[in-house]
Design a binder for this molecule. Sequence first.
Ligand code: S3P
Length: 172
Amino acid sequence: PTPGRLKKTIVMVGMMGAGKTAVGRALAARLDVPFLDSDHEIEAAANMSIPEIFSRDGEPFFRLKERQVIARLLEEERGVLSTGGGAFLSEENRTLITEGGVSVWLQADLEVLWNRVRHRDSRPLLRTSDPKATLRELYDARVPFYEKADLTVKSDGQASIETMVDRVLEAL
Ligand code: S3P
C-alpha cells in the first residue's frame, strides 16, 4: 500500500496475546494511516474498562457494542483496525469486516499466547480457575473462524513487532 492511502481498512484479528494491538499500531505508523482499536473505542464510549463492562453489563452487551463500534469505524475511516479476540467469531462481524476491509489473522501458538497473557488481569474471559485450559478451549474453538480471514501471518515468540509489520506488508 502507498503510505497515507489505503483502499480498505486493514483489520487485525486473532486470539488475545497474538499482538493485534502492538502490531496494528506499528503497521499504522509505518503506513502513516490512523490506528483504530475496537476495544479502546468501546471502553472510551462506556467510560469503563472491559472487565467492568463484562461484570456490570455482561458479555452479550459487550458483543453488541463491539459490533456497533466495528461497523462505525469501518465506515468512518480507513486505517489499521485492531479488534478484540472474539470479534471475528460472529458471522455478522465477519461480513462487515470482509466487506469493509481486509482481514489479517495474526496466528500464534498457544504457548506464545499464554506467555503473553498469563501475567495480565485485563481479560475477563480468562478469570477462571484454570486460565490456561480456558485459553486452550477458546483457541481450539476459534481457529476455524480465524482461518476465514483473508490473510494469515505467523506470529512466533521471537519476531519483533517491526518484523511482524514486515510480514504483514509482504502478505498484503
Ligand atoms: C476478548 C478479547 C479481548 C477483549 C475482550 C474479549 C475475546 O481483546 O475484546 O476481553 O473474546 O477474546 P484482546 O484480543 O485484545 O485481548
